[in-house]
Design a protein around this ligand. Structure first.
Ligand SMILES: NC(=O)c1ccc[n+]([C@@H]2O[C@H](COP(=O)([O-])OP(=O)(O)OC[C@H]3O[C@@H](n4cnc5c(N)ncnc54)[C@H](O)[C@@H]3O)[C@@H](O)[C@H]2O)c1
Length: 148
């Protein structure tokens, strides 16, 4: 599959991208703004791998996100780009609203437009997976699973 992974230079995102490409053989485009939280060296093992590329862009930048969808034509999106260090939201909540809320909305909008142009199996199988946190979804009871 061709998968667009946002936040793929982060802690969890980079492990996911390595797994998708090296273990599962998918084609991945990593879209990441390379903020203070990024560690692009984690993706160094893919430097010469034609199945991976890095798109340096901000998910709040609608034109850049739109261009990435047009270029990559993803069959799935895995959205991990976030302001994830929750303690920082006490002193600087703006960045959290911007990336986690506005950026997610920009991404969903682009995905919806992309989805509208799909047909047949591509349309049936397209998925948008939003990876988030218990601060958003709430705590999970010990013996239960989430359903969106
Ligand atoms: N790390 C954990 O233990 C943990 C636990 C539960 C949930 N999560 C969730 O998983 C997701 C990923 O977490 P993580 O620990 O890998 O985060 P991280 O902070 O390590 O990485 C976030 C990545 O997103 C990128 N990014 C930030 N703002 C961006 C923007 N505006 N546009 C494009 N890229 C941007 C950063 O450059 C970075 O590479 C988050 O939603 C987080 O809440 C993480």
């Amino acid at each position: 599959m061709r998968i667009l992974v946002t936040g793929g230079c982060g802690f969890i995102g980079s492990a996911l991208v390595l797994h998708l490409v090296r273990d599962l053989g998918h084609e991945v485009a990593t879209l990441d703004a390379l903020t203070y939280a990024a560690n692009p060296i984690s993706l160094q093992p893919l430097a010469d791998d034609p199945r991976h590329r890095l798109v340096e862009a901000d998910i709040c930048d609608a034109d850049a996100v739109q261009a990435a969808f047009a270029d990559v034509r993803p069959q799935a999106v895995m959205h991990l780009a976030a302001e994830s260090h929750v303690d920082r939201s006490i002193t600087g909540p703006g960045a959290f609203i911007r990336t986690n809320v506005v950026g997610t909305q920009v991404l969903l909008d682009a995905a919806r437009r992309h989805y509208a142009g799909l047909a047949g199996t591509d349309r049936e199988t397209f998925r948008f997976l939003h990876v988030s946190t218990d601060e958003v979804y709430g705590s999970l009871p010990p013996d239960a699973f989430f359903t969106e």
